[in-house]
Write a protein that binds this ligand. Structure first.
Ligand SMILES: [Zn+2]
Length: 315
């Protein structure tokens, strides 16, 4: 079974405009790294939004079919409080409750293929009740937190959520690593997530993106805390820029943690422009390290799906 353990769905109004502009600024640089031509981010946004926008999650199913991905774990994002749009969802966008409900409708529509976390900024009023409802009534399978909007994972505001997740028996996935402006990665350093793992040793916590540039720290933390997992989603730009940067980090994670706490993911759809999902699956199914770093077929099968299947009880 191949599982995309970390994927998003974007569409017009799904997330703050400032966030999309930040992504476009980043994309403009990535695409023109060699030519150094300048490209207007807003213009680029006009190009990629119609391609990546997926208000029904049907495009995602198409990518999955093409890549041979059996199941995907959706992560609703809540960037609004970090993007100068405190009147969340009142005008331009849907509310965070509507957004999470919409994700459950994707799951219902694509039963057995899609599963969704509940995503919220824990500083919102009524967030905890909504999270409980998300899991207990709407069937969501975990909690997604994105500290880059301006809170630390070990902030007391988050603790009731961890308590609730532990009680309900669902994992928590916490973003860690780079993120375009106006979001601030500082809050998401793995050592802060480690503090949560120390206080909730029974709670399964996934350090998303293996902390990107903090990958060694993420692996170090997970080495001493068996309840910490890492996912290697969103490494497509590292992989395409310098393949062995990806393979070396993955190799170290596998050597230190074993394959059962290392999870594959695309972090699509924004990353699809860098490496298409089917090529990202291929880069992991048949690793092709320029310097000959080796992976066994068995361990890559676990990374590509076995680890997530065990974590979510799908075995
Ligand atoms: Zn993500």
């Amino acid at each position: 079974m191949i599982v995309d353990g970390h994927v998003h769905v974007f569409f017009e109004g799904s997330d703050p405009e400032e966030f999309f502009t930040g992504c476009a600024r980043l994309a403009a640089v990535i695409f023109n790294k060699e030519s150094r031509e300048t490209q207007d981010p807003q213009e680029l946004l006009q190009t990629f939004m119609p391609v990546l926008g997926d208000p029904t999650a049907d495009k995602l199913i198409g990518y999955m079919d093409e890549a041979g991905i059996d199941r995907a774990v959706l992560l609703p994002l809540d960037f609004f409080l970090g993007c100068d749009e405190p009147a969340v969802g009142e005008k331009k966008t849907i509310t965070i409750e509507e957004k999470n409900r919409l994700f459950t409708s994707f799951v219902a529509k694509h039963k057995g293929r899609l599963f969704s976390y509940f995503g919220i900024d824990p500083r919102r009023k009524g967030a905890l009740e909504l999270f409980r409802k998300g899991v207990e009534e709407w069937g969501m399978i975990g909690l997604k937190l994105h500290p880059t909007t301006g809170f630390y994972p070990h902030d007391p505001v988050c603790y009731p959520f961890y308590q609730a997740a532990q009680e309900m028996g669902v994992p928590v996935l916490i973003h860690s690593g780079t993120e375009p402006a106006p979001l601030k990665p500082m809050y998401s350093q793995p050592c802060f997530i480690d503090t949560v793992a120390a206080d909730f040793p029974e709670l399964k916590i996934i350090i998303a993106h293996c902390g990107h540039g903090w990958w060694e720290e993420a692996i170090d933390m997970a080495t001493s805390k068996p309840n910490l997992y890492v996912d290697f989603s969103g490494w497509q730009s590292q992989y395409s820029g310098h393949p062995d940067y990806y393979y070396r980090s993955l190799r170290v994670a596998l050597d230190m943690l074993g394959p059962w706490r290392v999870i594959f993911g695309t972090d699509g759809s924004m990353t699809n422009f860098m490496v298409w999902p089917k090529d990202w699956v291929a880069a992991n199914r048949e690793p092709n390290s320029p310097s000959g770093i080796k992976f066994s077929q068995e361990e890559m099968e676990i990374v590509l799906g076995g680890a997530a299947a065990r974590l979510y009880g799908w075995e």
